[in-house]
Design a protein around this ligand. Structure first.
Ligand SMILES: *[C@@H]1O[C@H](CO)[C@@H](O)[C@H](O)[C@H]1NC(C)=O
Ligand SMILES: *[C@@H]1O[C@H](CO)[C@@H](O)[C@H](O)[C@H]1NC(C)=O
Ligand SMILES: *[C@@H]1O[C@H](CO)[C@@H](O)[C@H](O)[C@H]1NC(C)=O
Length: 289
């Protein structure tokens, strides 16, 4: 599950009033919003106003990885070996692009293979610190990448951000029943903590042969897949991303799949999904006004 918090702009010091979105999608979302370099951002003073023109072509994205036992974001973003720096304002995120800042427990480990065996209270403390002590600056989206399931991490993030307006959660599944079972639990969890669900994404949804463009099912949806589940539970299906081995490769190399393989059917489905999330957040925001 990925959680996105959004506000335009978020003044992080006023987190009490920040809008929150929980969102999705391993690589897609962050990377799509990141490729436009914005030289203005580097010189922007905290709290300064952006013109509406500027904000229409650049999105400032903060990505927070709270998967404390298996942080994968540093590798995926090509930031392995990076460390966080302290500034007068707190911890500085590590920047992939000028408008994409990342914070992960991975940056605090001395080696990527360090086993992190943290227990509840210590995890909570770290998540709190990530939210309180990281100097994100002014951002449009805060995306929180959570581990699968519903565990300590989910509870703490909801506890610390629950009072703010969270836009919602984007939940990833595969077509198989084992995965759908977990997702039903996550959806239940969201209902319980009153976290809106932006929608569900079905990943590894069929395989489109790169040569013949024929689609086959690697993981047959024995129980109707995400589509049936979404219908039964009355949540939106944001889209289906076909399996593409290049996705894993791009993640391993810390490259953006969307720019590496722009012609892949998975790329267009990522883009559609991102658009739907952005639309949801836009609607959500205008309703609050
Ligand atoms: C594509 O798949 C269909 C069955 O799903 C099969 O009949 C057809 O021959 C396949 N085409 C190619 C080019 O492999
Ligand atoms: C399904 O969800 C929509 C909005 O999310 C809501 O308006 C509608 O009442 C729900 N329908 C049922 C049967 O719960
Ligand atoms: C989605 O599927 C791709 C393979 O097509 C895989 O590399 C990636 O890790 C999966 N993402 C998630 C969030 O499960």
């Amino acid at each position: 599950m990925y959680i996105v918090y959004r506000r335009a702009p978020i003044h992080w010091s006023h987190i009490g009033s920040a809008l929150i979105i929980m969102t999705v999608l391993a690589v897609g979302f962050f990377w799509l919003m990141s490729p436009i370099k914005c030289p203005v951002h580097a010189h922007r003073q905290p709290g300064s106003q952006r013109s509406s023109m500027e904000s229409s072509w650049v999105q400032l994205v903060a990505l927070l990885d709270i998967d404390i036992c298996g942080p994968s974001i540093p590798k995926m973003m090509g930031l392995e070996g990076e460390q966080v720096h302290q500034s007068g304002f707190g911890w500085s995120p590590v920047y992939v692009e000028e408008n994409l800042g990342v914070m992960s427990v991975g940056f605090l480990l001395s080696s990527p293979d360090d086993a992190v065996i943290w227990r509840g209270p210590k995890k909570n403390g770290l998540i709190k610190q990530f939210l309180r002590d990281v100097d994100w600056g002014e951002v449009d989206y805060l995306i929180v990448d959570t581990p699968p399931g519903t565990s300590d991490e989910h509870l703490s993030i909801m506890q610390y951000l629950g009072a703010t307006h969270i836009d919602g959660a984007v939940i990833i599944t595969t077509p198989q029943e084992v995965s759908l079972q977990d997702v039903r639990k996550e959806i239940n969890f969201c209902h319980k903590v009153k976290l809106p669900i932006i929608g569900v994404v079905e990943n590894m949804s069929g395989f489109i042969c790169p040569k013949c463009k024929n689609e086959s099912q690697i993981f047959p949806p024995t129980t109707g897949g995400a589509e049936m589940m979404c219908k039964n539970l009355n949540v939106s299906l944001l889209g289906k991303v076909p399996l593409d081995p290049q996705i894993g490769k791009s993640c391993d190399n810390g490259q953006s799949f969307l720019s590496e393989v722009p012609e892949s059917p998975a790329t267009s489905s990522y883009k559609n999904i991102i658009q739907r999330i952005q639309d949801y957040c836009g609607l959500h925001q205008s309703q609050e006004k």
